[in-house]
Design a protein around this ligand. Structure first.
Ligand SMILES: Nc1ncnc2c1ncn2[C@@H]1O[C@H](COP(=O)(O)OP(=O)(O)OP(=O)(O)O)[C@@H](O)[C@H]1O
Ligand SMILES: [Mg+2]
Length: 445
């Protein structure tokens, strides 16, 4: 028998706690769980004990799931949010959450829970030092559909036939990792390593050590000499994810690597020649950061080939083809259908989490399906492309009762500050206690 999965459940809602307990007992899941109701308690438990996975509700008495993420433990965090808060979920994923669950009525999300937990634990057990894409992912193809993606694919082919640096940008979940890996697999370097490092996942000094390596004694804890991943990717591809977040002084060191094709380990006198193709990715508008948080010279070095992946909402025509591709990969022999109205709803939705979100929703729809007809649209947020951003204020001609206006404004502000109660109250200029009362009143908490 394998060891039970140790879960820390951070949940302050008694109904949800009970539902969880009942579900785990009812399904006889191999979970060993601890329940806490606040960020402070969670922090204490994490310091004291060891867990395989943290499941945290989004809104907590003394903060939000973002405060849990800010603890930067290396335990995967799954956040749960209410229906309609998909955007928070997407933002949480960007902030480092491993996955999310949308709490619907009747606790149907519990059915998905074991799958999500298993996936998270699997990842936790994987080598975290740098993530080499798992083999089963390397068989993925890029679905191009009918639109803007064909330009992307042309550039992929061009990139694969040379070894110049490539800079990929696109919103979260548009396939930047997939494209980077595809370039590598189509290039002459395919039999050499493809290594990737996420420039936001680690503190600055660790990224530096990971990238460039170090000599024994270079800093406290450097017990032995270690190669950095720039060296380890020799002859292959180094994927620098979220390059836009790379601290400035590392940017200049990276520029040296690109210009000199040499790397100096921390604490070393010597330089080692390196031959590695660099692919960088960003989901911020990096052109806007040039000269401020991003070095201009590095930008030009990296963007010899520039690939911009359109968001899914800009290519909703690709959705049917993406659905058949993604479903073929997940359904495991069962036959499923998507009716025309279902497909229409999928095409109208605005997909803040792009293809990743589509994939998640389809996976979940498959788990929840009782017959051949899938109903993924039931798992979507209330938003659709026509609604525009959720935090938009009504246009001036629409006159709303003040209270409704206040509610919308507070909701928008609360989302803008990622559900940070203290910060939102401060920005709105209201006392914390008043703000908390309003949240309750408007059912936001
Ligand atoms: N065109 C596509 N065809 C098939 N699958 C795709 C496509 N685009 C994305 N995917 C799938 O969607 C998921 C998300 O893609 P990926 O991780 O590459 O996104 P990303 O842009 O790197 O996101 P992030 O900015 O959050 O890191 C992956 O499972 C990927 O395989
Ligand atoms: Mg990525």
């Amino acid at each position: 028998m394998t060891a039970p999965i140790r879960i820390l459940l951070v949940e302050d809602d008694e109904v949800d706690r009970m539902a969880f307990r009942r579900f785990v007992a009812g399904e006889d899941l191999p979970y060993n769980y601890t329940m806490v109701s606040s960020v402070a308690e969670a922090k204490k438990r994490i310091d004291d004990g060891s867990f395989d996975v943290i499941i945290s509700d989004y809104l907590l008495g003394d903060g939000t799931a973002f405060d849990i993420l800010a603890l930067k433990t290396d335990i995967p965090v799954i956040i749960t949010t209410g229906a309609g808060d998909e955007e928070i979920a997407v933002r949480a994923m960007k902030a480092g959450a491993y996955d999310y669950l949308i709490k619907g009525r009747g606790h149907t999300y519990h059915k998905i829970l074991p799958v999500v937990v298993d996936k998270a634990v699997e990842r936790h057990n994987a080598d975290e030092r740098f993530r080499v894409l798992a083999d089963r992912e390397s068989s993925e193809t890029v679905v191009v559909g009918s639109t803007g993606m064909s330009d992307v694919l042309r550039l992929v082919a061009l990139a694969a036939s040379s070894d110049v640096p490539v800079l990929i940008s696109g919103e979260t979940g548009t396939g930047k990792n997939l494209i980077a890996k595809t370039i590598h697999m189509k290039s002459g370097a395919r039999q050499f390593p493809f290594l990737s490092i996420n420039c936001t996942a680690l503190p600055e000094n660790l990224i530096e050590a990971e990238l460039f390596g170090y000599e024994k004694g270079a800093f406290t804890g450097a017990a032995k000499t270690r190669k950095g991943i720039v060296e380890m990717a020799e002859n292959g591809t180094l994927f620098l994810d979220e390059i836009g977040e790379m601290p400035l002084h590392l940017q200049s060191k990276l520029l040296d690597v690109l210009e000199e094709k040499k790397v100096r380990r921390l604490g070393s006198e010597n330089v080692t020649p390196v031959n590695v193709r660099i692919i960088a990715a960003t989901n911020i508008n990096i052109e806007e950061a040039i000269g401020r948080t991003f070095r201009k010279d590095l930008y030009y070095r990296l963007s010899v080939l520039r690939i911009i992946i359109p968001s899914l909402r800009e290519r909703s025509r690709d959705i049917p083809e993406l659905c058949s591709y993604l479903l073929a990969r997940i359904k495991g022999g069962r036959v499923f259908r998507l009716s025309d109205p279902e497909m229409q709803r999928l095409q109208q939705y605005d997909w803040p989490g792009n293809v990743r979100e589509l994939k998640n929703i389809l996976e979940r729809a498959v788990i929840l399906a009782t017959g051949p007809d899938l109903r993924p649209s039931e798992l979507l947020g209330k938003r659709n492309a026509a609604d525009g951003p959720v935090n938009a204020l009504p246009d001036p001609p629409e006159i709303l009762p003040l209270e409704e206006m206040e509610k919308r404004y507070i909701t928008a502000a609360f989302r803008t500050f990622s559900g940070n109660v203290t910060k939102t109250a401060r920005e709105l200029g209201v006392p914390l206690s008043t703000f908390k009362r309003k949240l309750k009143e408007f059912g936001l908490k």
